[in-house]
Design a protein around this ligand. Structure first.
Ligand code: UDP
Ligand code: MG
Length: 171
């Protein structure tokens, strides 16, 4: 299952819950990239500036990380892809090289709420991209590149489930 949604919509939180409840394996591409950064690997070094700039890291790198995570021994009942694919070309490539998702879950909340959540998380620290300048860029990337992924899947036979939060006048 693909779990999509803008920055701060709670993809990670909901994936953790679903993984626990249904025995799925939670694959957070953002977390995998941050682990690479922490370990100071070549991939990590390549991605750190891109992530600080709120842009998308090259598909080749994320796809490699996802395939590695899927192939790692596990007895899960399925996979939750948290925050991937993030552009329609990524959705196409994943479908061709791995498989089509069985379901797409899209989370939506007002941008003002998302900003507040991300700023709050920024205070606790841990993520270099939870600062006002990067958050703004992440919103732009999301609207321009990632949101069209939902429309892309809606044109296929894959089920798309949308969860829109209350007071979403911007939806
Ligand atoms: N990212 C990416 N491709 C992915 C997933 C993540 O390029 O498939 C990068 C991108 O720069 C993004 C960052 O990793 O801004 C953090 O992603 P995450 O899903 O953790 O954060 P959020 O969606 O909450 O901004
Ligand atoms: Mg996340």
């Amino acid at each position: 299952m693909d779990v999509a949604g803008g920055p701060g919509t709670g993809k990670g939180t909901q994936c953790s819950r679903m993984a626990k409840e249904f025995g799925f394996k939670h694959i957070s591409i953002g977390e995998l990239l941050r682990e690479e950064m922490e370990r100071g690997t070549l991939v990590g070094k390549e991605c750190s500036e891109i992530m600080k700039d709120g842009k998308l890291v090259p598909l080749k790198l994320t796809l490699e990380l996802i395939i590695k995570a899927i192939k790692a021994p596990n007895n899960s009942s399925g996979y939750l892809l948290d925050g991937f694919p993030r552009a329609t070309n990524q959705a196409r490539a994943f479908q061709k090289q791995v498989r089509a998702p069985t379901l797409v879950l899209y989370l939506h909340a007002p941008q003002q709420v998302l900003l507040q959540r991300l700023m709050q998380r920024g205070l606790i620290g841990g993520r270099t991209d939870d600062n006002p300048a990067t958050i703004r860029k992440r919103f732009i990337t999301f609207k321009k590149e990632s949101l069209p992924v939902v429309a892309f899947y809606e044109k296929t036979s894959i089920s798309v489930v949308k969860k829109v939060g209350p007071d979403c006048s911007d939806y």
